[in-house]
Design a protein around this ligand. Structure first.
Ligand SMILES: O=P(O)(O)OC[C@H]1O[C@H](O[C@H]2O[C@H](CO)[C@@H](O)[C@H](O)[C@H]2O)[C@H](O)[C@@H](O)[C@@H]1O
Length: 372
């Protein structure tokens, strides 16, 4: 990826509008596209009142909130979750997006004995189970050991929506690279990082949204203030983006959350909101996402030769789809979606939950040890 021709920051308002209308994935919902007002997707001559547009935006946001993180079915008789395999819809989906464990031999066979595997890992829902309190999403010691072993044998990076600092506090491993804030804060490793083929290169910090820092701080404070009266709502400042959590908010108050976030965003035309797993994520309107971050990391680590490198990206969230898409388009490597329910995805394979992720990582290490 060549960034020499310019930064991913969109400065031209027209280009920004086009970016929002045409290029953003459908889950990314632009607010206040142009400074000083909304742009109408309805075309010239369509006059829609500001209030109506606000309603459309709030309702769109609310729909996205309702459809995010579909709940698993529960076995009411035994009070336990049904195994996904028992669900015919899940079984049908597995035919399209097979288990990466069941397909392990095919995955490693694609190295043809000589290609190099690189591993990219999302954090929440992938390396740690989803929990109600974001501050308690710790990683288990066995998962940490699995990730450490993977990083010993393969170039590896964590790509998370969390701030880089926070995800490092959870993972606590120096052997990997970290991309925080959905890839807007990338620290490539230092010269002694054994997988870095570009030896001699010092640790590098890449922050394509640096100029947004004051704005993110400001919006974070406003979001905290407006949501402080909503029971269960919380705001997490992830440095280059902000999460508004509604997992613990009573569903009857979700509309209020959507409305307040929308109102705050009206004052920040260069920010947009996307939705993840029971979370609204506010971030800069820049041409950068987890997919771009993976391309950047591959290049920085000297792994951009798609003929000889097989990147594997494991993630559970909509934002991970950008990375799956990049791998699919490059026609190299595999996306692996972590999900217990059928989902539309650009990933090639699936894993059920973090425990299967750990099993997959351990299998990779075992395979590597036996193949040398
Ligand atoms: O890219 P990720 O590493 O997956 O980060 C995405 C968001 O993850 C966290 O929120 C999610 O996990 C929480 C803990 O399990 C859960 O309570 C929340 O409902 C989930 O959305 C993180 O707290 C967010 O800031 C990230 O944006």
């Amino acid at each position: 990826m060549d960034l020499s021709n310019g930064s991913p920051v969109i400065t031209d308002p027209m280009a920004m509008g086009q970016q929002l209308m045409g290029v953003l994935p459908s889950n990314m919902m632009p607010f206040s596209v142009m400074p000083g007002g909304y742009s109408s997707a309805g075309g010239a001559g369509v006059s829609v009142s500001r209030r109506k547009i606000e309603e459309v935006l709030v309702n769109g946001l609310l729909d996205a909130m309702r459809s995010s993180s579909p709940r698993k079915k529960h076995n009411v008789v035994f009070g336990q979750e049904n195994l996904p395999e028992e669900d015919p819809a899940y079984s049908a989906w597995l035919a399209k997006c097979p288990s990466a464990l069941a397909s392990f031999k095919q995955i490693v066979a694609s190295t043809q004995g000589s290609k190099k595997i690189a591993v990219f890992l999302d954090y929440d829902g992938t390396l740690s189970p989803i929990v109600d309190d974001p501050d308690k999403a710790v990683m288990s010691p066995v998962m940490r050991a699995a990730v450490r072993n993977v990083a010993k044998h393969f170039p590896a990076a964590i790509v998370s929506g969390r701030s880089r600092k926070k995800v490092l506090e959870f993972v606590k491993l120096k052997e990997l690279c970290y991309a925080g804030s959905h890839g807007m804060d990338i620290m490539t490793s230092s010269a002694n990082y054994e997988h870095n083929t570009e030896k001699g290169k010092e640790a590098n910090l890449f922050q394509p949204a640096r100029e947004f820092l004051p704005m993110i701080d400001e919006v974070s404070k406003s979001l905290l203030e407006v949501t402080s009266g909503i029971e269960g709502a919380s705001v997490e400042n992830n440095k280059f983006c902000v999460s508004v959590h509604y997992r613990n908010v009573n569903e009857k108050d979700w509309e209020l959350v959507a409305r307040l976030v929308n109102e705050v965003l009206e004052g920040f035309p260069r920010l947009k909101v996307t939705n993840g797993r029971m979370v609204l994520e506010v971030r800069p309107v820049i041409d950068w996402d987890k997919g771009k971050a993976v391309e950047f990391l591959l290049q920085s680590l000297g792994l951009s030769d798609s003929e000889n490198v097989i990147p594997i990206y494991i993630g559970d969230d909509r934002t991970d789809e950008d990375a799956f898409k990049v791998l699919r388009e490059r026609n190299c490597g595999f996306g692996i979606l972590v999900s217990q329910v059928p989902k539309e995805t650009e990933a090639f394979y699936s894993l059920r939950d973090p425990s299967e992720v750990m099993e997959f990582l351990n299998s990779l290490v075992r395979w590597k040890k036996h193949s040398v």
